[in-house]
Design a protein. Structure first.
Length: 540
């Protein structure tokens, strides 16, 4: 008997003419100690299938026209909420795709992990703290003891994901469902986390349902693979067979889809558009009754760089290295020390009122498009908001036409402007986020992990779009990413960061083909050559 048996499962949202059939008659087995990967593009039904196992779908809006879910021989479809609460976290745990939205912003990480231990293990405070420290060290969170009181927003995306993994593993579940567990982390951390999950699976005899669009992760982790498309499983079998000899046309297309090529050549003698000199961002560590500053977290520690006009500077490095903080500091969205110069004008000495006229020319595309788009505004209102703030675009009709033109430019239909963010896929939301800044006709755009949450085929589309927009408008990008394949496809120059400092920088061709620093070489090896050995353990 399998640990998890799914038979003929269907999931629908709504009824009648408005019914959306998200999952259509899928069947899936997972044995104890086995890793099964559920693979497919955004919107294929992967996460909905996993949430059905946990009974976390928004019932009664969601319903199951057919199907059976048996866990350890027990039927879950008719289980009441009290019984499901007992199973969740104790026997079945889940790592969610968006760690920041899954963690309580008002509670420290210790309190959030403690809650699992108090409820399911009945531990006292001292026992729970010892277990929390053990878990945080297990997932590789640096200086765990000093960061127990920190709130989720004080961690990088990769560190937040580590906290989520620690919480999920707190009670050593029989089945761990990991929904895109490495989306927000860099390649070196990805390799560590995958190795950790493999080791824990073997140590605990835990089964793992891995939901991902990253085929490198599948190759490194999975025993078997099920490929989903439009709510159906179109192909399944042993991972090696599926990856090396796919039979279904959709699987073949999925395996072939990844960002390729390189950006158009840029003028090597172009002047600097944005530069930073000895930039520092230090966050105080406060302790005691009077919250005195006892030390600092040096997120950015004396960084100097320059971005040439019409070029793309790729910023790479492991999670927590300071990449996103640097991007915000250059835009003066983060308090910092040091000199920042944009198009010949010093920004570090200007107040907010003096900066406002330059804001239109310096824009930011955030890492999480869904979180950065207001759910209460239509797409037209979101894209047009900046035009009103900066008093651009003329009258209402002219602004409407400008918004429509910009949506077309990013590959969306003008009639979509009446719809809302939740009605779009991840890739479409990222195009909306790009349209929101593009409509202002900026000179400099910071792209903060713009493809990290997207599947391979959509990543390739966004990369092509960004390269095309750069050529048409002469845009200058600061491109932050942990995905070196994407960085290589868009960047003219590369900066490699680690622990708030630059360890290496230069032309992209030189950094990728002949890295000088050991850290850079390790980063490149982890990104470009990650594979699994015969035992399934990640190697390089």
């Amino acid at each position: 008997m399998s640990l998890l048996e799914i038979r003929d499962l269907s999931v629908s949202f709504g009824k009648g003419a408005g019914e959306v059939k998200a999952v259509r008659n899928i069947s899936l087995d997972i044995e104890r100690g086995e890793t099964v990967a559920l693979v497919g593009e955004s919107g294929s039904g992967k996460s909905v299938s996993a949430l059905s196992v946990m009974k976390l779908l928004p019932y009664p809006q969601a319903r199951h026209p057919s199907g059976s879910i048996r866990f350890d021989g027990e039927e879950l479809m008719m289980a009441d909420e009290a019984h499901m609460r007992e199973l969740r976290g104790n026997n079945i745990a889940m790592i969610f795709q968006e760690p920041l939205t899954s963690l309580n912003p008002l509670h420290s990480i210790e309190k959030q992990i403690n809650e699992v231990l108090f409820v399911h293990k009945l531990m006292d405070h001292e026992q729970a703290r010892a277990r929390v420290l053990e878990l945080l060290e297990l997932v590789g969170l640096d200086e765990a003891m000093d960061r127990l009181d920190n709130l989720p927003h004080q961690f990088s995306g990769g560190q937040q994901q580590r906290v989520m993994i620690a919480m999920a593993l707190a009670n050593e579940p029989d089945l761990l469902i990991a929904d895109e567990p490495t989306t927000a982390v860099d390649v070196t951390i990805q390799a560590q986390l995958l190795k950790l999950l493999n080791e824990l699976r073997d140590k605990l005899g835990m089964a793992l349902l891995l939901i991902t669009h990253d085929l490198g992760v599948v190759r490194a982790m999975a025993d078997r693979v099920s490929v989903m498309n439009e709510g159906r499983i179109v192909e399944q079998g042993k991972a090696r067979d599926i990856l090396n000899n796919p039979q279904h046309p959709y699987t073949k297309r999925l395996l072939a889809a990844e960002p390729k090529g390189a950006p158009e050549a840029a003028d090597p003698s172009a002047p600097s558009l944005m530069s930073g000199e000895d930039v520092k961002v230090w966050f105080p560590i406060k302790q005691g009754l009077f919250r005195r500053t006892v030390d600092h977290i040096k997120a950015i520690d004396g960084v100097s760089l320059s971005v040439k006009r019409g070029h793309t500077l790729g910023i790479v490095g492991e999670s927590g290295s300071g990449k996103s903080t640097l991007g915000r500091a250059l835009l003066r969205l983060e308090g910092c020390e040091g000199g920042i110069v944009f198009d010949g004008e010093a920004l570090h000495s200007r107040g907010e009122a003096e900066l406002r006229p330059l804001r239109r020319r310096m824009q930011l595309v955030f890492q999480d498009p869904y979180g950065s788009l207001s759910p209460r505004l239509s797409i037209g209102q979101i894209v047009g908001e900046g035009l009103k703030i900066h008093d651009l675009g003329g009258n209402e009709e002219e602004r409407h036409n400008l918004i429509a033109e910009t949506l077309k430019e990013v590959g969306l239909e003008p009639q979509m402007m009446e719809r809302y963010p939740h009605e779009f896929s991840g890739g479409q939301r990222q195009r909306i986020a790009i349209a929101r800044v593009l409509v202002l006709k900026p000179d400099f755009i910071v792209m903060d992990e713009p493809t990290s949450a997207l599947d391979m085929s959509v990543q390739a589309q966004i990369v092509d779009l960004l390269r095309d927009l750069q050529q048409r408008h002469g845009l200058t990008y600061l491109f932050i990413s942990h995905d070196l394949k994407v960085v290589r496809a868009v960047s003219h120059d590369i900066v490699v960061m680690r622990r708030g400092k630059i360890v290496e920088q230069g032309p992209a061709s030189e950094i990728f083909t002949n890295p000088q620093q050991p850290y850079t070489r390790a980063l490149m090896a982890a990104a470009l050559e990650m594979k699994a050995d015969d035992s399934g353990v990640v190697g390089t």
